[in-house]
Design a protein around this ligand. Structure first.
Ligand code: UDP
Length: 242
Protein backbone atom coordinates (compact mmCIF):
# COMPACT_ATOMS: atom_id res chain seq x y z
CA UNK A 1 0.00 0.00 0.00
CA UNK A 2 1.23 3.47 -0.85
CA UNK A 3 2.03 5.97 1.88
CA UNK A 4 -1.02 8.11 2.71
CA UNK A 5 -0.94 11.80 3.39
CA UNK A 6 -3.60 13.16 5.75
CA UNK A 7 -5.31 16.22 4.27
CA UNK A 8 -8.15 17.46 6.51
CA UNK A 9 -8.71 13.90 7.76
CA UNK A 10 -8.78 12.39 4.28
CA UNK A 11 -5.97 9.99 3.32
CA UNK A 12 -4.42 10.73 -0.07
CA UNK A 13 -2.04 8.21 -1.66
CA UNK A 14 1.43 9.52 -2.46
CA UNK A 15 1.51 8.12 -5.98
CA UNK A 16 1.96 9.47 -9.50
CA UNK A 17 -0.05 8.54 -12.61
CA UNK A 18 2.21 5.67 -13.55
CA UNK A 19 2.07 4.13 -10.07
CA UNK A 20 -1.71 4.56 -10.03
CA UNK A 21 -2.01 2.60 -13.26
CA UNK A 22 0.30 -0.15 -11.97
CA UNK A 23 -1.84 -0.33 -8.85
CA UNK A 24 -4.98 -0.71 -11.01
CA UNK A 25 -3.27 -3.50 -12.90
CA UNK A 26 -2.42 -5.23 -9.61
CA UNK A 27 -6.02 -4.85 -8.41
CA UNK A 28 -7.28 -6.52 -11.60
CA UNK A 29 -4.72 -9.33 -11.30
CA UNK A 30 -5.65 -9.88 -7.64
CA UNK A 31 -9.37 -10.08 -8.53
CA UNK A 32 -10.79 -8.92 -5.19
CA UNK A 33 -13.05 -5.83 -5.23
CA UNK A 34 -11.27 -2.47 -4.85
CA UNK A 35 -12.60 1.07 -4.72
CA UNK A 36 -10.74 3.95 -6.35
CA UNK A 37 -11.47 7.58 -5.43
CA UNK A 38 -10.02 10.57 -7.25
CA UNK A 39 -10.27 13.23 -4.57
CA UNK A 40 -10.20 16.90 -5.57
CA UNK A 41 -10.08 19.85 -3.17
CA UNK A 42 -13.86 20.20 -3.15
CA UNK A 43 -14.38 16.52 -2.31
CA UNK A 44 -11.75 16.62 0.46
CA UNK A 45 -13.28 19.77 1.98
CA UNK A 46 -16.76 18.24 1.84
CA UNK A 47 -15.47 15.00 3.40
CA UNK A 48 -13.72 16.93 6.17
CA UNK A 49 -17.19 18.04 7.29
CA UNK A 50 -19.05 14.80 6.60
CA UNK A 51 -18.05 11.74 8.61
CA UNK A 52 -19.82 9.19 6.42
CA UNK A 53 -18.15 10.53 3.29
CA UNK A 54 -14.76 10.65 5.03
CA UNK A 55 -15.08 7.03 6.19
CA UNK A 56 -16.08 5.80 2.75
CA UNK A 57 -13.13 7.56 1.11
CA UNK A 58 -10.67 6.41 3.78
CA UNK A 59 -11.65 2.75 3.37
CA UNK A 60 -11.03 2.92 -0.40
CA UNK A 61 -8.02 0.95 -1.61
CA UNK A 62 -6.75 3.87 -3.70
CA UNK A 63 -7.32 7.62 -3.28
CA UNK A 64 -5.56 9.91 -5.75
CA UNK A 65 -4.85 13.64 -5.65
CA UNK A 66 -7.23 14.95 -8.28
CA UNK A 67 -6.07 18.44 -9.12
CA UNK A 68 -3.53 21.10 -8.43
CA UNK A 69 -5.35 22.22 -5.25
CA UNK A 70 -4.50 18.91 -3.61
CA UNK A 71 -0.87 19.05 -4.78
CA UNK A 72 -0.69 22.58 -3.33
CA UNK A 73 -2.06 21.26 -0.03
CA UNK A 74 0.56 18.50 0.07
CA UNK A 75 3.30 21.13 -0.19
CA UNK A 76 1.76 23.18 2.60
CA UNK A 77 1.77 20.07 4.77
CA UNK A 78 5.43 19.33 4.07
CA UNK A 79 4.90 16.13 2.04
CA UNK A 80 4.88 17.40 -1.54
CA UNK A 81 3.18 15.10 -4.04
CA UNK A 82 5.00 14.82 -7.36
CA UNK A 83 1.93 15.40 -9.51
CA UNK A 84 -1.85 15.29 -9.63
CA UNK A 85 -3.63 12.14 -10.78
CA UNK A 86 -6.94 13.34 -12.18
CA UNK A 87 -10.00 11.21 -12.79
CA UNK A 88 -10.10 11.96 -16.50
CA UNK A 89 -6.40 11.14 -17.00
CA UNK A 90 -6.82 7.85 -15.13
CA UNK A 91 -9.94 7.00 -17.17
CA UNK A 92 -7.96 7.66 -20.37
CA UNK A 93 -5.04 5.48 -19.35
CA UNK A 94 -7.34 2.64 -18.21
CA UNK A 95 -9.10 2.77 -21.60
CA UNK A 96 -5.74 2.71 -23.35
CA UNK A 97 -4.66 -0.34 -21.32
CA UNK A 98 -8.01 -2.02 -21.97
CA UNK A 99 -7.21 -1.86 -25.71
CA UNK A 100 -3.85 -3.52 -25.02
CA UNK A 101 -4.82 -6.03 -22.37
CA UNK A 102 -8.48 -6.68 -23.09
CA UNK A 103 -9.71 -5.37 -19.71
CA UNK A 104 -13.52 -5.33 -19.72
CA UNK A 105 -14.92 -1.90 -18.86
CA UNK A 106 -18.46 -0.85 -17.92
CA UNK A 107 -19.64 2.75 -17.67
CA UNK A 108 -22.50 3.52 -15.28
CA UNK A 109 -23.81 7.06 -14.94
CA UNK A 110 -24.25 10.51 -16.49
CA UNK A 111 -27.32 11.62 -18.40
CA UNK A 112 -29.06 9.26 -20.86
CA UNK A 113 -26.99 8.89 -24.03
CA UNK A 114 -23.83 10.45 -22.62
CA UNK A 115 -22.04 7.24 -21.58
CA UNK A 116 -22.98 5.56 -24.87
CA UNK A 117 -21.60 8.51 -26.91
CA UNK A 118 -18.50 8.59 -24.74
CA UNK A 119 -18.04 4.85 -25.40
CA UNK A 120 -18.12 5.47 -29.17
CA UNK A 121 -15.52 8.24 -28.82
CA UNK A 122 -13.32 6.17 -26.53
CA UNK A 123 -13.33 3.21 -28.94
CA UNK A 124 -12.33 5.60 -31.72
CA UNK A 125 -9.51 7.03 -29.66
CA UNK A 126 -8.31 3.63 -28.39
CA UNK A 127 -9.28 1.03 -30.98
CA UNK A 128 -9.90 -2.29 -29.30
CA UNK A 129 -10.90 -0.73 -25.98
CA UNK A 130 -13.21 -3.34 -24.52
CA UNK A 131 -16.29 -1.46 -23.23
CA UNK A 132 -18.78 -4.23 -22.50
CA UNK A 133 -21.72 -2.05 -21.48
CA UNK A 134 -23.06 1.36 -20.45
CA UNK A 135 -26.07 2.60 -18.48
CA UNK A 136 -27.15 6.14 -17.63
CA UNK A 137 -27.16 7.33 -14.03
CA UNK A 138 -30.80 8.26 -13.52
CA UNK A 139 -32.20 4.87 -12.51
CA UNK A 140 -34.92 3.83 -10.05
CA UNK A 141 -34.76 0.90 -7.63
CA UNK A 142 -36.15 -1.56 -10.21
CA UNK A 143 -33.66 -0.46 -12.86
CA UNK A 144 -30.87 -0.62 -10.32
CA UNK A 145 -31.63 -4.32 -9.80
CA UNK A 146 -31.38 -4.86 -13.55
CA UNK A 147 -28.06 -2.99 -13.65
CA UNK A 148 -26.68 -5.15 -10.84
CA UNK A 149 -27.85 -8.31 -12.63
CA UNK A 150 -26.18 -7.13 -15.85
CA UNK A 151 -22.92 -6.39 -14.03
CA UNK A 152 -22.97 -9.82 -12.37
CA UNK A 153 -23.45 -11.40 -15.76
CA UNK A 154 -20.87 -9.33 -17.66
CA UNK A 155 -18.21 -9.42 -14.90
CA UNK A 156 -16.25 -6.34 -16.01
CA UNK A 157 -12.72 -5.76 -14.71
CA UNK A 158 -13.34 -2.05 -14.23
CA UNK A 159 -16.57 -0.22 -13.39
CA UNK A 160 -16.62 3.53 -13.97
CA UNK A 161 -19.35 5.20 -11.91
CA UNK A 162 -20.39 8.73 -12.91
CA UNK A 163 -23.03 9.83 -10.40
CA UNK A 164 -21.16 12.83 -8.94
CA UNK A 165 -19.41 12.81 -5.55
CA UNK A 166 -20.22 11.51 -2.98
CA UNK A 167 -23.18 9.63 -4.50
CA UNK A 168 -20.90 7.53 -6.70
CA UNK A 169 -18.58 6.72 -3.77
CA UNK A 170 -21.54 5.63 -1.62
CA UNK A 171 -22.97 3.54 -4.48
CA UNK A 172 -19.67 1.73 -4.99
CA UNK A 173 -19.14 1.14 -1.26
CA UNK A 174 -22.65 -0.33 -0.98
CA UNK A 175 -22.36 -2.63 -3.99
CA UNK A 176 -18.72 -3.70 -4.22
CA UNK A 177 -19.03 -6.83 -2.03
CA UNK A 178 -21.95 -8.10 -4.08
CA UNK A 179 -20.49 -7.18 -7.47
CA UNK A 180 -16.95 -8.49 -6.89
CA UNK A 181 -15.61 -6.20 -9.64
CA UNK A 182 -11.81 -5.79 -9.25
CA UNK A 183 -11.85 -1.99 -9.75
CA UNK A 184 -14.78 0.39 -9.17
CA UNK A 185 -13.98 4.04 -9.61
CA UNK A 186 -16.04 7.21 -9.22
CA UNK A 187 -15.43 9.45 -12.24
CA UNK A 188 -17.78 12.43 -11.75
CA UNK A 189 -18.22 14.42 -14.94
CA UNK A 190 -15.52 12.60 -16.96
CA UNK A 191 -18.05 11.07 -19.36
CA UNK A 192 -19.49 14.53 -20.05
CA UNK A 193 -16.03 15.50 -21.26
CA UNK A 194 -15.38 12.25 -23.19
CA UNK A 195 -18.78 12.43 -24.89
CA UNK A 196 -17.91 15.92 -26.13
CA UNK A 197 -20.79 17.54 -24.17
CA UNK A 198 -18.44 19.50 -21.96
CA UNK A 199 -15.06 20.69 -23.20
CA UNK A 200 -11.95 20.36 -21.07
CA UNK A 201 -10.00 23.54 -20.38
CA UNK A 202 -7.37 24.50 -22.97
CA UNK A 203 -3.96 23.03 -22.20
CA UNK A 204 -2.44 26.41 -21.21
CA UNK A 205 -5.16 26.83 -18.57
CA UNK A 206 -4.56 23.28 -17.30
CA UNK A 207 -0.85 24.03 -17.07
CA UNK A 208 -1.51 27.22 -15.10
CA UNK A 209 -3.78 25.28 -12.73
CA UNK A 210 -6.78 27.26 -13.92
CA UNK A 211 -9.04 24.36 -14.85
CA UNK A 212 -11.45 25.33 -12.06
CA UNK A 213 -11.77 28.85 -13.55
CA UNK A 214 -12.54 27.44 -16.99
CA UNK A 215 -15.24 25.16 -15.60
CA UNK A 216 -16.72 28.09 -13.72
CA UNK A 217 -16.80 30.24 -16.86
CA UNK A 218 -18.62 27.64 -18.95
CA UNK A 219 -20.89 26.48 -16.09
CA UNK A 220 -21.57 29.51 -13.87
CA UNK A 221 -23.95 27.38 -11.77
CA UNK A 222 -20.82 25.81 -10.29
CA UNK A 223 -20.18 29.07 -8.45
CA UNK A 224 -21.22 27.69 -5.06
CA UNK A 225 -19.02 24.65 -5.54
CA UNK A 226 -15.98 26.75 -6.44
CA UNK A 227 -16.39 28.57 -3.12
CA UNK A 228 -15.21 25.36 -1.46
CA UNK A 229 -11.72 26.09 -2.82
CA UNK A 230 -10.80 29.08 -0.62
CA UNK A 231 -12.38 27.29 2.36
CA UNK A 232 -10.24 24.23 1.57
CA UNK A 233 -7.11 26.40 1.37
CA UNK A 234 -7.81 28.11 4.69
CA UNK A 235 -8.45 24.78 6.40
CA UNK A 236 -5.19 23.34 5.00
CA UNK A 237 -3.24 26.40 6.21
CA UNK A 238 -4.75 25.83 9.65
CA UNK A 239 -3.81 22.14 9.61
CA UNK A 240 -0.25 23.04 8.51
CA UNK A 241 0.13 25.34 11.56
CA UNK A 242 -0.88 22.65 14.05
N1 UDP B 1 -25.29 12.11 -12.40
C1 UDP B 1 -25.99 10.94 -12.61
N2 UDP B 1 -27.00 10.60 -11.76
C2 UDP B 1 -27.33 11.37 -10.69
C3 UDP B 1 -26.59 12.56 -10.46
C4 UDP B 1 -25.56 12.91 -11.34
O1 UDP B 1 -25.72 10.21 -13.57
O2 UDP B 1 -28.24 10.99 -9.97
C5 UDP B 1 -24.20 12.45 -13.33
C6 UDP B 1 -24.33 13.77 -14.05
O3 UDP B 1 -25.11 13.61 -15.22
C7 UDP B 1 -22.88 14.08 -14.36
C8 UDP B 1 -22.12 13.44 -13.19
O4 UDP B 1 -23.03 12.57 -12.57
O5 UDP B 1 -22.48 13.43 -15.55
C9 UDP B 1 -21.65 14.43 -12.11
O6 UDP B 1 -20.97 15.41 -12.69
P1 UDP B 1 -20.24 16.55 -11.87
O7 UDP B 1 -19.72 17.50 -12.87
O8 UDP B 1 -21.12 17.03 -10.76
O9 UDP B 1 -19.08 15.70 -11.22
P2 UDP B 1 -17.73 16.17 -10.60
O10 UDP B 1 -16.68 15.64 -11.54
O11 UDP B 1 -17.71 17.65 -10.46
O12 UDP B 1 -17.77 15.43 -9.29
Amino acid sequence: MAERLNILGVGIDCIDSEEALTQIENFIADGNPHQVVTANAEIIYQASRNEKMRNVINQAQMVTADGSGVVWASKQLGHPLRQRVTGIDLVNSICEQSARKGWKLYILGSAPGVAATAAVNIRQKFPGCNIVGTHHGYFNAKEEKQIVAELLQLQPDVLFVALGAPKQEYWIAEHMAQLQIPVSMGIGGSMDVLSGNVKRAPRWMQKMSLEWLYRLLIQPTRFKRVLALPKFMLAVKKQAKN
